[in-house]
Design a protein around this ligand. Structure first.
Ligand code: APR
Length: 246
């Protein structure tokens, strides 16, 4: 029985021959940077709140100052975190294959800080400010509890996708095209329960790509992918890239 976390030789062969690798990452790849996964229990002041009750338009309209306190706490937490070996390995992988599309459900910007270019941010970015009314990114001051759009005077919100909101159309289109075009698809650190991100794995399977899950815990896709690697991203991804570079 091969070690559950081992990198299959067939995967390495496929990556050496690949034309296009598509990668979907979730909160698990940032866990080793100390960024709690979305479903980890909140700590301290925020322990009494559920993210699902804060990351919504209704919550923002109801108490924008509270929502900004939460997001400023998350910005400080993420700003003090560093990309880990998993993020860095994916940045190295992009140099070793003809084409790599990285789609992330994370809003922490750690893939970009590790050096990966053209990251598709399915759920936006924690550090972007957006006018609540116009939807555009704005450059605003944060010297008030709730920042104000310099253009129209509306409240400003964090540039993330809230529960119940649509995924940005461009991110959705590019992601579906990449999943349908790739010949290797890696699902890394995601519970694969939230649509439409989870649907990308199915699209890749139907396009006959080799599908791989990297997660210490099994997900609903574990028995449907070609390889389920039971390991953390920070362990499996550097091992995978080191083996390719040999
Ligand atoms: N390496 C790889 N995977 C890990 C690690 C690790 N070190 N640690 C945890 N995991 C796995 C967990 O086993 C779990 O399957 O990461 C997954 C994290 O799952 P979620 O917390 O559900 O995060 P995610 O899949 O990104 O959630 C998707 O749901 O709540 C929304 O918008 C939110 O983007 C989020 C989306």
């Amino acid at each position: 029985m091969a070690d559950a976390g081992a990198i299959p030789a067939e995967l390495l062969d496929a990556l050496r021959e690949t034309r296009h690798v598509c990668i979907l990452t979730g909160a698990g790849i940032s866990a080793e940077s100390g960024v709690p996964t979305f479903r980890d229990a909140h700590s301290g002041l925020w322990a009494r709140y559920r993210p699902e009750d804060l990351a919504t338009t209704e919550a923002f309209l109801n108490d924008p100052a509270l929502i900004w306190r939460w997001y400023r706490w998350r910005r400080r937490l993420v700003a003090s975190a560093q990309p880990n070996a998993g993020h860095q390995a994916l940045a190295r992988l992009a140099e070793l294959v003809p084409r790599m599309t990285l789609i992330t459900q994370n809003v922490d910007g750690l893939h970009q800080r590790a050096g990966t270019q053209d990251v598709i941010e399915f759920h936006g970015n924690l550090f972007v400010d957006r006018c609540f009314l116009e939807g555009c990114a704005v450059d605003c001051s944060h010297d008030t509890d709730v920042p104000i759009c310099p253009g129209c005077g509306s409240k400003v919100r964090p540039g993330v996708v809230w529960f119940g909101e649509q995924i940005p159309a461009t991110a959705l289109d590019l992601s579906f095209r990449a999943a349908a075009d790739c010949d290797v698809f890696l699902s890394v650190g995601t519970s694969a329960v939230v649509q439409p991100a989870a649907g990308l794995i199915q699209i890749a399977r139907e396009a006959s790509a080799m599908t791989v899950e990297i997660n210490p815990n099994p997900t609903d896709f574990a028995d449907r992918v070609d390889f389920a690697i039971r390991a953390s991203a920070g362990t499996a991804l550097p091992e995978l890239v080191d083996s390719l570079e040999v």
